[in-house]
Design a protein. Structure first.
Length: 262
């Protein structure tokens, strides 16, 4: 299976009051997660990091997802953004040149895709712009269960779960419309840190009740997002409320996985 992760970051200008150190932590956390066994065991060649990309370069990478026949993709944006009432979508700030991209552009030509947008969603007047708490390892021993995950088996069942899912698009937003997204220089963005921490907790709890020699278990992205939301709300004093867009599937259809144990 052809898989790819695009991680797009923009912490802002160094020295500026709105520079977000946590964005760099987000990048480290996501790479550690995706290269871990339960994060899908992605290889380095399957992960592309774009720090403050120029718009044309980002569009080329998005086009490559189609040209390279990528079957499953995850696109993560961590940085500054705002909400456009005109397009009714998030506008992502890409670099110090002032270039931006409509988050809707990340949805084009998808097959099976998860999009995570960890940025502010404050409403701006349209004239303003037209233009884990801990590291993860490949082979992970979970203290509570004493079990070790098999990276190759995790990858195999991760891919198997994706293949069994129907075509779909899932979009997660770190905050609701007209809200800011919190940043912590120690742990990263409130949403990203909470999402990865909640996923890890779900995995640890499941390991206490599963025989990996006989079964595997997938954790779909919506369930991880739903579990992370209360963490974000608590940390932000209920000022940040994550949102999600997903298909209205009938019973029997599966959402794309975010984590796996095998």
């Amino acid at each position: 299976m052809k898989r790819r992760v695009l991680i797009i970051t923009n912490a802002g200008k160094v020295g500026a009051s709105n520079y977000c150190d946590g964005v760099l932590k987000d990048k480290e956390n996501y790479v550690s997660f995706f290269t871990s066994a339960y994060g899908g065991y992605f290889s380095n060649s399957e992960i592309k990091i774009l720090n403050k990309p120029i718009k044309s370069a980002l569009k080329s990478e998005l086009s490559a997802l189609t040209l390279d026949n990528i079957e499953f993709s995850i696109i993560v944006f961590c940085g500054h953004g705002w909400y456009s009432t005109r397009s009714e979508s998030n506008i992502l700030c890409l670099n110090d040149l002032g270039e931006e991209i409509d988050s809707l552009d990340l949805r084009t030509n998808y097959n099976k895709r998860i999009i995570i947008e960890d940025c502010c969603r404050e409403k701006h007047d349209e004239y303003i712009s037209d233009s884990l708490l801990k590291a993860f390892s490949g082979v992970r021993l979970f203290e509570s269960s004493g079990k070790i995950l098999n990276p190759e088996e995790c990858k195999r069942y991760y891919n198997k779960t994706i293949e069994e899912c129907p075509k779909q698009l899932i979009c997660a937003m770190a905050s609701d419309i007209d809200e800011t997204a919190g940043d912590d220089s120690r742990i990263g963005g409130y949403y990203s840190a909470s999402l990865l921490k909640e996923t890890e907790s779900m995995v640890e709890n499941a390991l206490d009740n599963i025989d990996l020699s006989k079964k595997y278990r997938a954790f779909n992205f919506p369930s991880c997002h739903i579990g992370a939301a209360p963490r974000v709300q608590k940390r932000s004093g209920n000022k940040q409320n994550p949102q999600i867009e997903k298909p209205r599937f009938n019973e029997g259809k599966s959402y794309l996985p975010f984590a796996i144990i095998a």
